[in-house]
Design a protein around this ligand. Structure first.
Ligand code: ZN
Length: 414
């Protein structure tokens, strides 16, 4: 688990900082380059809170100041964002898997420094925040696009969504992500949807601004409470307490790392005894989500045949890679246990992923043509081992059990 000593919290505007300020104990106010910075303790660790001002340059400058002058080793940015996806409605919390710019050409950033145009958020912070959001209806994880413009036109919003694959837009997060990336500091972006970035955006914005800002502030507080305390900070009586004056104890690094085959990989930790057919989020690596499409109840017989799985692989992969989300498809393939498939999708929100996989299965169930990629031995490693009828049957069954599946159902049964 990441264990930052000092966390920098950046907000774009005062309203976003107000809520957080009330939660910080031992609050001190200072000025750095004319910008107000509040430091203190939250969740038992040192926090440095600041507003950055609106826009990319302001955000990048303030992020760098917090790193240089205040020594923060982790950046969290909270605030509000405009939705670029009609299904992402106001009040919904978005956690950025990665951030990028919608008003700066990616190819230029890739060709020149920093040779990278999308900046992935810290995976552990992202997963922790997502988990904390679950009791409150969950958060949507996806790409955020930033630019120096308040988006209040449906046409522009659609343009940005199509060009970047982003779910929501704001004016700072990519600049903070880039600064964090360059300084090798982990970062997390938490944004609450305040408006639909459409022609009504100015109106909706005023309504939700405060509420959305409060919501994000409350998640940051929970997040800091949930992080393990830095070395040298103890939690008497079970509740974390800051003790910045006490000398830091050496970090406990004695625990040996598993080597070779001694470790337990995350997918073995899933309880296969209670696993039932369904669609689950197996893991999230940056903006790549691994979905577990479980077709058969594990260890109960009834495994699909290699031939049916092989045909389903060809059919699903072809359909998905021919869909409008073709560029988001990273991998599709059967599990060796013959009870399910892994489907890896990049930069796609969970609701869209669920619909996409369901549509793919329905399409396969209804398709009775030749299996793509089996016309010649040049296209497939084992053209003899195919069972299109078996694949159709698997797809039909899966499409049926996913009929009412939603993003909220993606959590593995405990
Ligand atoms: Zn093949």
């Amino acid at each position: 688990m990441i264990n930052p000593q000092s966390i920098g919290i950046l907000t774009a505007m005062d309203i976003e900082a107000e809520q957080l300020k009330t939660r910080i104990s031992d609050l001190h106010e200072a000025q750095t380059d004319g910008m107000t910075v509040w430091s203190g303790s939250l969740g038992g660790r040192t926090v440095v809170l600041s507003t950055s001002g609106v826009g990319k340059v302001n955000a990048a400058l303030q992020a760098q100041r917090l790193i240089d002058h205040w020594g923060v080793d982790c950046l969290i940015n909270t605030g509000i964002a405009g939705s670029l996806d009609p299904r992402l409605t106001p009040r919904r919390t978005v956690l950025a898997s990665a951030v990028l710019y919608h008003d700066l050409e990616a190819r230029l950033l890739e060709k020149y420094a920093p040779y990278c145009s999308r900046f992935p958020a810290d995976e552990e912070l992202l997963q922790l925040a997502a988990k904390l959001m679950q009791p409150q209806g969950g958060a949507t994880i996806g790409v955020l696009a930033s630019g120096d413009q308040f988006i209040s036109s449906s046409v522009k919003a659609r343009e940005i969504a199509e060009a970047t694959g982003a779910l929501a837009c704001d004016m700072e997060s990519a600049a903070i992500g880039q600064t964090a990336y360059i300084n090798s500091v982990p970062f997390l972006i938490i944004r609450a949807i305040s408006d639909m970035a459409d022609d009504n955006a100015d109106e909706t914005y005023a309504d939700f601004e405060k509420q959305a800002a409060d919501q994000a502030a409350s998640l940051v507080t929970q997040l800091l409470d949930a992080l393990p305390l830095p070395a040298g900070k103890h939690s008497p009586g079970g509740r974390s307490q800051a003790s910045p004056q006490s000398p830091a104890e050496p970090e406990n690094r004695a625990q040996a790392l598993p080597t070779g085959f001694a470790g337990t990989i995350a997918s073995f930790a899933v309880n296969h005894d209670v696993l039932v057919p369904g669609l689950y989020l197996s893991r999230q690596d940056g903006d790549i989500a691994t979905y577990d499409l479980r077709l058969v109840k594990p260890n109960q017989g009834g495994y699909f045949s290699m031939a049916a799985g092989h045909s389903l692989e060809h059919l699903l992969a072809t359909w998905l890679r021919s869909s409008v989300y073709s560029r988001q498809v990273v991998y599709v393939g059967p599990m060796g246990c013959r009870t399910g498939f892994y489907i890896l999708l990049r930069g796609l929100d969970q609701s869209t992923a669920v619909s996409l996989i369901r549509e793919a299965l329905s399409a396969v169930a209804a398709y009775d043509g030749a299996v793509p990629g089996t016309a010649s031995t040049a296209a497939c490693g084992n053209v003899a081992e195919h069972d299109p009828a078996g694949a159709r049957q698997l797809a039909e069954t899966a499409a049926a059990f996913l009929k009412n599946w939603t993003a909220a159902d993606l959590v593995y049964p405990a």
